[in-house]
Design a protein around this ligand. Structure first.
Ligand code: GRF
Length: 220
């Protein structure tokens, strides 16, 4: 009998293009993950429609209905754990998570961030990279720890910055790479190849460098 698929819950707040990339990757037979549910803190998130179109269970948990972060996060944990996932994937989930939440999912919580971490934590990463005159930018998948955008890196993709780029040009270029590295990181986790241990993130039993695995535009 084949091994059971790795159950994943995906958290979103918006468009869900990274969710779509994962759905497509799984549908193409390239990824042993199985999305058990998509949970959004916003009822109008377009990603909910993407999930429904793929026949995936959705839930909306509106943070505005809760008096504080801790009570929202407790309800979120309850909703997620109802699906008994091995992995929780943050895909444009625009909420800062409490320490209790992050500790609860230690080693099984991934995030994608639109910069080459540790550069440009936080918001407006494309504008900031352009303003600094950077020649390269990119995106990073990392395990989530209590430090915002600071957990051990799994994989990064580098994109060039070219003369005259606008923040939108750069956002598009980075997004295309996000859609490549997030399904890859989830696949590695689902295959049991990526793990978080006390020293950091490892791939195939080898501790990853601080940058994680780095992919350049021409890498396959
Ligand atoms: C991505 O840029 C991701 O890096 C950031 O939020 C955005 C989500 O985009 N964390 P989408 O909803 O997946 O299209």
């Amino acid at each position: 009998m084949p091994a059971a698929a790795c159950k994943v819950v995906v958290l979103i707040s918006g468009s869900g293009s990274n969710l779509q990339a994962l759905i497509d990757n799984i549908a193409a037979g390239e990824n042993p993950a199985n999305i058990a549910a998509v949970i959004s803190n916003r009822g109008d998130a377009y990603g909910l429609q993407r999930a429904q179109a793929a026949g995936i269970t959705t839930r909306v948990l509106d943070h505005k209905a809760f008096s504080d972060r801790e009570s929202f996060d407790r309800a979120l944990i309850e909703a997620i754990d109802g699906f008994d996932p091995q992995l929780v994937v943050l895909a444009g989930f625009m909420r800062i998570l409490s320490g209790d939440f992050v500790r609860h999912y230690q080693g099984r919580l991934l995030n994608i961030h639109p910069s080459l971490l540790p550069k440009y934590k936080g918001l407006h990463t494309h504008q900031r990279a352009l303003a600094d005159g950077e020649h390269e930018h990119g995106c990073s998948v990392h395990f989530v720890t209590e430090e915002l955008d600071g957990g051990p890196l799994v994989v990064q993709a580098v994109v060039p910055i070219t003369q005259g780029d606008t923040p939108d040009d750069l956002a598009q270029r980075v997004h295309a790479q996000e859609h490549r590295i997030y399904p890859l990181a989830v696949r590695w986790f689902a295959e049991g190849r990526v793990r978080l241990n006390e020293q950091g993130a490892s791939l195939d039993g080898q501790l990853l460098a601080a940058s994680g695995k780095v992919l350049h535009p021409l890498d396959t």
